[in-house]
Write a protein that binds this ligand. Structure first.
Ligand SMILES: [Zn+2]
Ligand SMILES: [Zn+2]
Length: 140
């Protein structure tokens, strides 16, 4: 049986599910992710479109950064960002969304395996994970 993650925004207006194993779980330090999510480092999972049931876009706020071809999707009522879509084109769901659904803990199966675009970092991270200077690890 593969795991199904039932995800929700803070107010419950937006729900979505992810099933099985993400294609990737990582920390992304690239300037685009930092800008799209307004964070110093994006801690997130990337999923195959077939493994997620995304909310109807009519229930979401949708903002595309046209200069970057990146989009973030969130709840129009409570403002929580639920996922993004950007290179390499798959839905990207922040670890924090899973933590909220799991009592504050990141499910062990979703533990990140590497750092991506580490050369663009604004924050040094002293851990044992692979540091990919660019996007080579994902073929980017
Ligand atoms: Zn909400
Ligand atoms: Zn990135």
């Amino acid at each position: 049986m593969s795991e199904t993650y039932e995800l929700s925004c803070d107010c419950g207006h937006v729900t979505m599910t992810a099933t099985g194993t993400p294609k990737v779980s990582l920390y992304c330090h690239c300037g685009s992710c930092r800008s799209l999510y307004s964070v110093d480092v994006l801690s997130a999972t990337g999923w195959d479109d077939n493994d997620v049931q995304l909310p109807d876009e009519a229930r979401l706020f949708v903002h595309t950064m046209t200069d970057k071809d990146m989009t973030r999707y969130g709840c129009p009522q409570c403002g929580m960002i639920m996922y993004g879509r950007h290179a390499p084109g798959i839905p990207v769901i922040p670890h924090g969304v899973f933590r909220k659904a799991n009592g504050g803990k990141l499910p062990a199966a979703l533990a990140p395996s590497l750092h991506l675009f580490y050369r663009e970092r604004v924050l040094d991270v002293d851990d044992d994970l692979e540091k990919s200077m660019g996007g080579e690890a994902l073929g980017m």
